[in-house]
Design a protein around this ligand. Structure first.
Ligand code: UGA
Length: 460
């Protein structure tokens, strides 16, 4: 561990003093994405982990070694933890008095409410239950993504009046779906927000085997680090998408521009892939929640509002361009390739496909949809979700690549041409395809910020 200390150097223990990393007893409340990854990884590190969930089916599946999410490596760590006895799954049946451990981590969902705010009802109900029932001191760790200011409200409302001393730590996660296990063990940083040095020390012992800088700060700052990180990454994406649209206008190539810009070490090459914008369960939700909390506190976060607007517009670009290219779109079939919000996951939450498909249906087009991993979805009357990419392409006048799955990147384009109807448009929503190979096969290529690709705009 190479600790970075902020703001108070005395709050960090020297690495040699952090103690035995195998010693901690941990309870994790919530076995969704974050909770399950946290559970299996802490068990892998040697801790004694109890995962708790209200969903009895989930608890049964996980107890029998059946992962409830798709994530590379999770099945193996789950099996290992169950077998060596370091990991168990329970319902809340025994009651919080029985279930809380010295370190109790909350990892329940904070979905987006109608008004854009984070819905904290699950978090509140767990904290309330735990604080009301627990009868011995422990550390309560918030891993759920909660807006800045939440920790102090929870402490005031529930922890301060509890019958035992409860220390509060904000410990946000920075896991990417599809890379979560790797991100856990090779994280860029560990963020610990608390006003209790003993709780910080306990958390350092928990993470003693992870070699990463540790940022120690107050609760509100730790909460803000999480939102600022996701908002900044979203800003990078919307920024390069704005540049892509300028590239379209002036005949520049956004891929070359992103490479040139990304070589500046102060900017960096990551999150500069232009396309139809960000999706998933985090960026859309967290940017909206940060905007909401800013407004609620009397501040207009203008830049963030633009980031959100740009992303909303970006995801419907394929439909705008197809409607221009195919005035008789209502007589055509369009293949939507990719329903997951990114490759290596079956997660379709806030996927651009879920905005694109209803718009195509509204235009009167028929839609075929295919994803290698996402399960069956309700995509509306007029959409046929099929089992292979070839079924999706059969008779389609256009195909929109929404997700950059390797299966789409490596398609045999000559074969694609044979399956598709004229004018056989491929809209490359992720700028991930080989344009020359596509055009050489007699297909029409469209993309975002690749010069001449929008032929309907009068491009080259
Ligand atoms: C994101 C963050 O990357 C994690 O650090 C964070 O912990 C997580 O949210 C969270 O808050 O829990 P994730 O949503 O799994 O992780 O996905 P990313 O890989 O970050 O991609 C998000 C979206 O941005 C995807 O739709 C992706 O296609 C899009 N994207 C990403 C771009 O459009 N361009 C890029 O250059 C990069």
């Amino acid at each position: 561990m190479s600790p970075v200390c902020y703001p108070d150097a005395d709050m960090l223990l020297p690495v040699d003093d952090v103690g035995d990393p195998m010693a901690e007893k941990v309870t994790i409340v919530g076995t969704g994405y974050v909770g399950l990854v946290t559970g299996v990884c802490l068990a892998r590190s040697g801790h004694d982990v109890t995962c708790v969930d209200v969903d009895t089916d989930k608890v049964a599946a996980l107890s029998s070694g059946q992962p409830t999410i798709y994530e590379p490596g999770i099945a193996e760590l789950l099996a290992e933890g169950l077998e060596n006895g370091r990991l168990r799954f329970l319902t809340i049946e025994p009651g919080w008095r029985e279930l809380v451990s010295d370190i109790t981590i909350i990892a329940v969902g904070t979905p987006m409410a109608e008004n854009g705010a984070a819905d904290l009802s699950h978090v509140r109900s767990v904290v309330e239950g735990v604080c009301a029932e627990a009868d011995r001191p422990f550390t309560l760790v918030m891993k759920s993504t909660v807006p800045p200011g939440t920790g102090s409200v929870l402490q005031e409302r529930y922890l301060d009046g509890a019958g035992c001393a409860i220390s509060y730590v904000s410990n946000p996660e920075f896991l990417r779906e599809g890379h979560a296990i790797r991100d856990w063990f090779a994280t860029d940083r560990i963020v610990l927000g608390s006003d209790d040095p003993d709780a910080i020390a306990a958390m350092q012992r928990l993470y003693a085997d992870i070699d990463a800088p540790v940022v120690v700060t107050d609760v509100a700052s730790a909460e803000t680090i999480k939102y600022a990180s996701n908002a900044f990454l979203s800003t990078k994406i919307s920024f390069i998408n704005e540049i892509a649209n300028v590239c379209d206008a002036v005949g520049a190539d956004v891929d070359a521009v992103a490479s040139g810009v990304g070589l500046d070490e102060r900017i960096g090459p990551q999150f500069l892939r232009a396309g139809i914008g960000y999706g998933g369960s985090c960026f859309p939700k967290d940017t909206r929640a940060l905007d909401f909390i800013s407004t609620l506190n009397g501040y207009q976060f203008t830049l963030l509002k633009s980031v959100i607007d740009v992303n909303n517009r970006q995801r419907i670009l394929p439909v705008i361009h197809l409607a221009r290219a195919l005035p008789d779109l209502h007589t055509r079939t369009v293949a939507v390739l990719g329903l997951a919000f990114k490759p290596d996951t079956d997660d379709t939450r806030e996927s651009p496909a879920l905005d694109i498909i209803p718009l195509l249906l509204e235009e009167g087009a028929g839609v075929t949809a295919y994803d290698p991993l996402a399960g069956e979805l309700d995509l509306g009357d007029g959409t046929r979700q099929v089992a292979t990419v070839w079924e999706a392409l059969e008779g389609a006048s256009a195909a929109i690549v929404v997700t950059e799955w390797p299966e789409f990147i490596n398609l045999d384009w000559a074969r694609v041409r044979m399956h598709m109807a004229d004018p056989a448009i491929i809209f490359d929503g992720r700028n991930c395809l080989d344009r020359a190979a596509i055009e050489d096969s007699g297909l029409t290529y469209m993309a975002v910020g690749r010069p001449g690709a929008h032929r309907t705009d009068g491009g080259a």
